[in-house]
Design a binder for this molecule. Structure first.
Ligand SMILES: [Zn+2]
Length: 330
């Protein structure tokens, strides 16, 4: 089969090979014929070689949608030709963390596309417990965005326990996860304030847009009548850290699931405890939540900046940062 292969670190070393052996399934696995794969920062990290990966040579790709090509002997919930997405967390289901309902944090886990081969290929083998059916009418592009782009902000807002009528400031709304966060914020009944220069984000549910990046804190102050934001979601990292932290209300919540522009930030402990700000780290989401986002998928929209073929994987990964991840798929 055809697949994108990392043999050594560096995007320049990524190769498209046509003679890669098709993955073999066990009795509990499903062979998926890949229809669309999301291109996410994690894939870029994998290819750059800053994370340990298995196996090597490695097929990246952490967010995939496709069709069941073959189901293992003991697979009961899926059959050939069904449309599916995969939940990209490897988990054992038996450790204390899994039993607490947080299988994405499994002590013995990892990520499909990092700890195992991923979906930048014609086929991939995935355990049945990681595969979920999707409705017939769902577009492949949206489907491929569910495992990472959609699930991640949904879980983050649930972790932050966003409530009706609360103010939610989102940094990086023009990116894929930001667009989804905006839609979920609106669905959960929040007043969504988007920090963005893109006016189209209003179509995704933003009630207010702050486009002057040097006046973010002042504008949040104005829009919240001096209270500041109940919840601030910032996954852009260091570049927007100061503005985002300064935008949180007394007793408010600052939540993140990424650090696109850099992860090292400077925190003044006093400003943290004296305002009683809660800092929440969030990663991925649970299998239950993936079922919830599939249920809501009819009401969600995504914006695909550009589609790439599997042969153009390198270009797709390059474009991810060049365009701030405007939703590319291969
Ligand atoms: Zn576990």
């Amino acid at each position: 089969m055809k697949a994108a292969i990392c043999e050594k670190p560096g995007l320049e070393n990524l190769k498209i090979k046509h003679d890669v052996e098709e993955p073999k399934i066990t009795d509990h696995d499903v062979l998926i014929r890949v229809k669309a794969a999301g291109v996410n920062p994690i894939d870029h990290i994998v290819v750059s070689g800053t994370l340990p990966i298995k196996p090597v040579p490695h097929i990246p790709g952490a967010g995939t949608s496709g069709v069941v090509e073959e189901a293992g002997r003991h697979v009961t919930s899926l059959k050939r030709c069904e449309r599916v997405i995969m939940h990209n967390k490897v988990f054992d289901g038996i450790c204390d963390i899994c039993l607490s309902g947080n299988d994405m944090l499994c002590r013995n886990g990892g990520l499909i596309g990092v700890a195992t081969n991923g979906g930048f290929a014609e086929y991939m083998a995935v355990p049945e417990k990681n595969v979920f059916k999707i409705p017939d009418e769902m577009q492949w592009e949206l489907a491929a965005s569910l495992p990472v782009t959609t699930l991640t902000p949904y879980h983050a807002l649930k972790e932050a326990a966003l409530k009706v009528n609360e103010s939610l400031v989102i940094f990086g709304v023009s990116g894929n996860t930001g667009m989804m966060a905006t839609q979920f914020g609106k669905k959960m009944g929040a007043k969504v304030i988007a920090v963005s220069k893109d006016n189209w984000i209003k179509d995704f549910g933003a009630g207010y847009i702050i486009s002057e990046y040097d006046r973010v804190v002042e504008k949040v102050n104005e829009l919240t009548q001096g209270k500041m934001a109940d919840i601030v979601l910032n996954s852009l990292g260091v570049q927007t850290w100061e503005n985002s932290f300064a935008s949180v209300s007394l007793n408010g919540i600052w939540v993140t699931f990424g650090g696109l522009t850099g992860a090292d930030v400077k925190l003044n402990i006093q400003s943290h405890y004296s305002k009683q700000v809660i800092l929440i780290g969030s990663t991925g989401g649970t299998r239950r939540e993936i079922i919830e986002v599939i249920d809501m998928s009819k009401e969600l929209k995504t914006r695909v900046w550009k589609k790439f073929t599997l042969d153009e994987t390198k270009e797709a990964l390059q474009a991810l940062y060049a365009k701030e991840g405007m939703g590319e798929f291969c």
